[in-house]
Design a binder for this molecule. Structure first.
Ligand code: ATP
Length: 468
């Protein structure tokens, strides 16, 4: 079965259901920035929580950090960003647009007939020149050069400059890691493809400090661990791959880098980078700050600068990948309780569904009274009150039950609980499962435990069963 998740469909669903929409829309939007609505916030938060879980709860050798977005400008001199964090840019003298010179073959000239920039009859491109991607701003009221600061283009440097602090208070010794989630900013020349490439985005980065001799083995470890994280959270393994960088692709600081790539609707693209950064960053910051950034091993009496393995992921890009992977359209037969008889449903009814890992789903359970009378809403609200606090729960009494199921399918809610006539007699409800559409009766008193256990159970994408 071909994948149905075109970027247009994902964007439309995100807007329709209030996951993600263009920022500042009433003013016509602003260059590729996006706002997250209720379900988008819950969903992305779940992605970040799963990352924290993998970094902090499931291991004891990583500590958390939340460093400031604005850092001392020397940070970016030391890291090499001020001199070298550039992309090659060309301008078109005819249409006035700017393009990334190394992406021309993926871009379109805005004029007709549609061609790549530089290939249209009137295109007139300048020579490529380097454009620094850091956003500049001024700190304090006086706009002079001494007060120029930068919005951080990555969270990693906040970790390196805090190495000494963390080493002292955490009482860790290499191998150990420092993990951080936060906003980063890059003045991308050609942002696009929805939240794949934006100018403001969130990163999930971890710097793992190791004795130099252990760097190669930890590099292998983290490549593997990060691939497994995506698979465990439901991304289909055949839509994921690890691509080792060629020598000419490596950044100045890296001796080895691999990208975790996902088969997005735009083709195979980077989801996360895993890099062996060696001792570059700590040595640079030691030189520029005058502080010693090293570890003294009291057992061997040796002093050394740890090497660093870095898995660097994007929270928005990961959220997009999970959305794309979960998106499905299918024909479903008439469902019990919806009033659809099999003959009415002949040929099936079309539904759009997000087959998300239950742990990532923004809402875990929707409680739906079949009718808005006979005491059913009251019981449904009682159930919501009991479940709320244990899992993200939503109450919905608006529209036919079939419509309400479809609404929950579109936001990926794994379970719908329906209160009906029988509930009033025996205090049981129907639990309907999103992917299989299987329905069963469960006693209200057992509902929290039953759903809790199912949400915690291992899960694999039902799309795998139908994949070619
Ligand atoms: P790309 O090659 O796509 O520009 P990169 O190699 O520059 O990415 P890194 O500096 O390694 O990216 O950043 C780590 C992660 O941060 C990326 O794998 C991606 O998930 C995320 N990321 C980077 N730039 C952006 C952006 N402009 N918008 C959204 N996410 C981004």
């Amino acid at each position: 079965m071909a994948d149905l998740a075109s970027m247009d469909k994902i964007v439309a669903l995100c807007k329709r259901r209030g996951f993600i929409f263009a920022s500042s829309e009433i003013y016509g939007g602003i260059g590729s920035t996006y706002d997250y609505g209720h379900y988008g916030v819950l969903f992305k938060q779940n992605v970040k929580n799963e990352w924290w879980r993998a970094m902090l709860s499931e291991r004891d050798d990583i500590v958390a950090l939340d460093s400031a977005i604005l850092q001392h400008p020397r940070t970016w001199e030391a890291s090499g960003h001020l001199a070298g964090f550039t992309d090659p840019m060309v301008d078109c003298r005819t249409c006035g647009q700017r393009f990334r010179a190394d992406h021309l073959r993926d871009l379109e000239c805005p004029r007709k007939p549609s061609k790549h920039p530089g290939e249209g009859p009137d295109c007139d491109l300048t020579e490529a020149r380097d454009f620094n991607l850091m956003f500049e701003t001024t700190m304090g009221p006086v706009k002079d050069s001494g007060a120029t600061v930068y919005l951080r283009p990555e969270t990693a440097q906040g970790i390196f400059v805090n190495f000494k602090n963390v080493l002292q208070f955490s009482r860790k010794k290499p191998p150990f890691g420092i993990a951080q989630i936060g906003k980063s900013f890059r003045n991308e020349i050609t942002p696009g493809n929805f939240v794949f490439r934006t100018r403001e985005f969130e990163q999930m980065e971890m710097e793992f400090f190791v004795p130099p001799g252990e760097a190669p083995q930890w590099y292998e470890h983290w490549k593997q661990a990060r691939m497994e994280w995506y698979v465990e959270l439901g991304l289909r393994a055949d839509h994921l791959r690890l691509r080792e960088h060629d020598a000419d692709e490596l950044s100045h600081y890296s001796s080895a880098t691999a990208d975790v790539e996902y088969l997005f609707p735009i083709g195979w693209s980077e989801l996360e980078g895993v890099a062996n950064r060696g001792d570059f960053d700590l040595k640079q910051h030691a030189e520029y700050s005058g502080e010693k950034l090293e570890y003294f091993d009291p057992q061997t009496k040796q002093r050394y600068v740890p090497h660093v393995i870095e898995p660097a992921a994007g929270a928005d890009r990961a959220t997009l990948a999970f959305l794309v992977d979960a998106y499905d359209e299918e024909n479903v037969p008439g469902e019990a309780g919806t009033g659809d008889t099999p003959s009415e449903a002949q040929g099936g009814e079309q539904r759009t569904v997000l087959k998300l890992h239950p742990r990532l789903a923004p809402v875990k359970v929707a409680v739906l009274p079949l009718v808005r009378k006979d005491g059913q809403p009251e019981i449904a609200r009682e159930i919501v009150a009991a479940l709320r606090g244990r899992m993200q729960t939503e109450y919905d009494e608006g529209g036919s039950i079939g419509k309400r199921y479809r609404r929950q399918d579109e936001i990926g809610t794994p379970f719908c609980v329906t209160v009906d006539h029988q509930t009033l007699e025996d205090r049981s409800v129907t639990v309907r499962e999103r992917d299989s559409l299987h329905q069963e009766r469960v006693a209200i008193d057992e509902l929290g435990d039953v759903l809790g256990a199912r949400l915690a159970a291992p899960w694999r994408s039902p799309k795998l069963a139908v994949a070619p």
